[in-house]
Design a protein around this ligand. Structure first.
Ligand SMILES: *Cc1c(COP(=O)(O)O)cnc(C)c1O
Length: 397
């Protein structure tokens, strides 16, 4: 979406140069021989799947990962030509779409494998897929313990073409944990057995962002980063492994200012009461936009480069901030909910701490009805501090 002359007051800016920089970081960490499958599920973690996929493919990414067949179809219909792996939800009834749109399924169980083989044989089509092993996540995948049952079936496949063998970590952010070590061991052993049976020279892949960052032994032939491409980490200490550039800024503008006397209650339930005469800014954003209700009385927003605490309950479409200590606030002033303003930053990780969740949930919760505007300028350095170039109406300090 390109910015209209008057952009929405509440919007997200996505800096595509940050995606490019983060992709470069992944490349440096994994080396030239390891392929990168860029995960763009959940609307590219809220950043916009088509635009993000295009930016990444322009930088040489040849494989994308999505969660559902519908997400894959959307990318195809937008002209994306990279290989697309459907990581999560694939049902036997999706096979026609998989073939029609050249989407490669992850196969996590024998039922789907048999269905795909039968479909491919019946229609005379090859069905590329990636086999998923459950080495300890307890979610999707064939159990290594059942290998006697499923290994012979792999040998009989004709239409189904194994393009990858994969697994997924439960605790990649703790590389030394028994969980991680055990999963790596189980994956390696199962790979060996598949290969010893003369099968599965297909590339192996296991690493999500946390394993890209902190677990080099898990890089195998290909890695599957998601969050780090957008500059976020699921666990804040992971950020120490590499400098990532957060790509998204979420902003709005002051809708109304009012001076409330001491002892005034603010918002539903009166959970906040002014302790002094206070200037309260009302902002046009609320939980229906993905600004979580759990941020009530916990979060801060940036106005004129300073933090203003969110006071009272976040409501469906409006939120109040106390700007008493910030000089000169005017209606219409730019408010940064997430991102950087005049050198001060609220990261997704910090917001996640306030809302008792992880940064991934913060970003994927931003409602799709909030417009995303894209900053493409390749000549400029990675920064979110140039909103004025996109939003001509933004107030200057
Ligand atoms: C979401 C997902 C990833 C990416 O995880 P990040 O932590 O965002 O890097 C990788 N692999 C699978 C199977 C996934 O579902």
């Amino acid at each position: 979406m390109s910015p209209p002359t008057k952009p929405a007051e509440t919007c997200c800016l996505v800096d595509l140069s940050a995606l490019r920089a983060n992709l470069g970081t992944v490349r440096r960490l994994v080396g030239a021989r390891v392929e990168i499958l860029a995960v763009v599920k959940a609307d590219a973690y809220g950043h916009g799947d088509v635009e993000s996929a295009r930016a990444l493919c322009d930088e040489g990414v040849r494989r994308l990962g999505v969660a559902t067949v519908a997400e894959g179809v959307r990318l195809r219909e937008s002209g994306i030509e990279a290989a697309i792996l459907v990581l999560g939800s694939v049902y036997p009834g999706d096979t026609v779409s998989l073939v029609r749109y050249s989407l490669d399924p992850v196969v996590p169980n024998l039922d789907l494998l048999r269905h795909l083989e039968a479909f491919g044989a019946e229609h005379g089509v090859d069905i590329p897929c990636h086999l998923k092993l459950d080495t300890g996540m307890g979610r999707l995948g064939l159990l290594p313990d059942g290998i006697e049952e499923w290994l012979p079936e792999l040998g009989r496949l004709r239409a189904v073409k194994l393009q990858g063998i994969m697994s997924h970590f439960a605790k990649a952010e703790e590389p030394e944990s028994p969980s991680c070590r055990g999963q790596l061991r189980a994956f390696r052993q199962t790979l060996e057995r598949i290969r010893a049976a003369g099968l599965g020279l297909a590339p192996a892949h296991m690493a999500n962002s946390a394993a890209v960052l902190g677990l080099p032994e898990a890089h195998f032939d290909m890695v599957r980063p998601g969050g780090m491409l957008y500059g976020i980490v699921s666990h804040p200490p992971m950020a120490e492994h590499a400098r990532l550039a957060p790509a998204l800024t979420w902003k709005t503008r002051v809708l109304q200012l009012k001076t409330l006397p001491k002892h005034s209650a603010v918002s539903y339930g009166g959970t906040f009461t002014t302790r002094r005469q206070s200037i309260i800014a009302t902002l046009p954003v609320g939980y229906a936009d993905g600004y979580k209700r759990s941020l009530s009385n916990k979060a801060a927003v940036l106005i004129r480069g300073q933090r203003a605490p969110v006071v009272g309950r976040v409501t469906m479409d409006l939120t109040m901030a106390d700007v008493t200590d910030i000089a000169g606030v005017q209606p219409g002033d730019e408010v940064v909910l997430l991102g950087t303003q005049a050198g001060e930053t609220i990261s997704a990780e910090e917001m996640a701490g306030w809302a008792d969740t992880i940064s991934y949930e913060i970003l994927t919760s931003i409602s799709p009805h909030i417009p995303r505007y894209y900053i493409r300028n390749e000549a400029e350095p990675v920064s979110t501090g140039r909103l004025e170039t996109v939003l001509p109406n933004a107030p200057t300090k």
